[in-house]
Design a protein around this ligand. Structure first.
Ligand SMILES: Cc1cc2nc3c(=O)[nH]c(=O)nc-3n(C[C@H](O)[C@H](O)[C@H](O)COP(=O)(O)OP(=O)(O)OC[C@H]3O[C@@H](n4cnc5c(N)ncnc54)[C@H](O)[C@@H]3O)c2cc1C
Length: 406
């Protein structure tokens, strides 16, 4: 019989962070952890890879140096409505770090292994049954028995589906596209040379230049009932500088008439000289946080996208790392008391600095996307700039520093 104390399902940032926080705070529990991951590292994960400052703080507190991961730094972030709005810079540092998730998650998994925690790859969990004295985890490699299970298997994870088959689901639609940098597309000679590699990028006559070192969020689709934004980040693939584009829609306005999701993305890319049809579009849902999302049953608790990412932006890497911090403390408490009811886990999440930011972001989401009119979006992003910056600084960002140190 395969019996384990702590079985973590999913080796993304939330599962790996739970293991790292457990190891750091209660090292005696580390040998009792097993992580089951269905893929093999380095594995693909659709994600723009934008790491906010809070993610870097949480990693630093775990003794990890994210500089070891290949990355591109954006000097500033623009929050725009129709190409005009707020420009955020952070003095003496980058505004946004952009990693590729195959590299980042592989690095994090390596750190977990170096600390003696076992990760078993290519094991797909099929079902989870919480019983009075144990949890049965059915996989394609047999059934595992665990004292407790952490569901860290993402937005479509089987853990949540097994324990809460009828829970309400708040899910955003997201599309992503990778292109060369602007100047590469704009220069016919270079683009011709690359045409074999990069699927015929074409050049629009209405091209508007942007700085390759900046990241952009444009909320122009909101009045057309797409409750989200189009993004454009710098990134790199195997050391080559590229752009990562995408569109995020919370689905809050799904009862209204909307264009096809790819239309605003195509429109924005075209303004900058790219033809969406030339590139491969990939899509994946993001489950977002709402206070009524369930978080645990006896012996099973959820972390990361399995509970919910930030609803405003779909930002979920820092959030996943933060959930790991809270789940680790809940597990330590449970083993100390031999009480695996996880009755107070949701309260622990909601009253934590992470929970407070998620509650604020959830409220802000309903305000900024329900008030979808053009005049309101202009007011928000172009006129009320100091208020938006102050609210973001106090309620949206800076929660990482306030989390308990592991
Ligand atoms: C297009 C897109 C762009 C995004 N851009 C950003 C961004 O720029 N910045 C940001 O902060 N966030 C971004 N996000 C959100 C971010 O990717 C997620 O919030 C984050 O990955 C959540 O981490 P997680 O560990 O909870 O889940 P995941 O990263 O999804 O990890 C889940 C893990 O569980 C494994 N798994 C799943 N099912 C099983 C199973 N049955 N058995 C075993 N293993 C299983 C998976 O293989 C995976 O490794 C983006 C998301 C999308 C879709």
């Amino acid at each position: 019989m395969l019996k384990h104390d702590i079985l973590i399902i999913g080796g993304g940032p939330s599962g790996l962070s739970t293991a790292l926080h457990l190891q750091r705070t209660a090292p005696h529990l580390a040998p009792r952890i097993l992580i089951l991951e269905k893929a093999r590292y380095p594995r693909l994960k659709l994600c723009a890879g934008g790491l906010v400052l809070d993610a870097e703080i949480l990693l630093e507190r775990l003794g990890l140096d994210v500089n070891e991961v290949p990355h591109v730094d954006a000097d500033s972030i623009h929050f725009d409505f129709q190409a005009r709005g707020l420009n955020i810079r952070i003095p003496k540092r980058h505004a946004l770090r952009v990693i590729r998730r195959d590299e980042f998650d592989n690095w994090l998994a390596q750190k977990v292994r170096e600390l003696g925690i076992e990760i078993r790859e290519r094991v797909t969990v099929k079902n989870i049954l919480s019983q009075t004295n144990e949890v049965l985890v059915e996989t394609d490699q047999g059934t595992f028995h665990a004292q407790v299970v952490v569901g860290a298997d993402g937005s479509n994870g089987i853990t949540r589906l097994s324990i809460f088959p009828n829970a309400p689901v708040y899910t955003a639609r997201v599309l992503e596209v990778i292109t060369p940098e602007y100047n590469v597309v704009a220069s016919p000679s270079i683009s011709e040379r690359r045409s074999n590699l990069l699927a015929k990028p074409s050049i629009s006559s209405r091209r508007i230049s942007r700085n390759n070192k900046e990241a952009f969020f444009d909320f122009f689709p909101v009045p057309n009932n797409i409750a989200g934004y189009v993004w454009d980040f710098p990134t790199q693939i195997n050391g080559e500088r590229m752009r990562c584009w995408g569109i995020y829609d919370t689905n809050l306005l799904s009862n209204e008439k909307r264009p096809q999701l790819k239309e605003p993305l195509a429109q924005e890319m075209e303004r900058h000289g790219f033809n969406l049809d030339d590139y491969e579009i990939k899509g994946h849902p993001i489950r977002w946080f709402s206070p009524d999302n369930p978080m645990s049953v006896p012996r099973v608790l959820l972390v990361g996208d399995a509970i919910g990412a930030d609803p405003i932006f779909g930002e979920g890497i820092s959030i996943a790392l933060g959930y790991g911090n809270i789940a680790a403390r809940e597990l330590i408490h449970a083993f100390e008391r031999n009480d695996f009811s996880f009755r107070r886990y949701k309260v622990r999440v909601l009253t934590s600095p992470l929970g407070q930011t998620l509650l604020s972001r959830w409220l802000i989401t309903y305000i900024i996307y329900s008030l979808k009119w053009k005049w309101f979006q202009i007011l928000l992003w172009r006129i009320l700039k100091p208020i938006v910056i102050a609210v973001s600084w106090i309620f949206v960002l800076n929660w990482g520093r306030r989390m308990p140190k592991p």
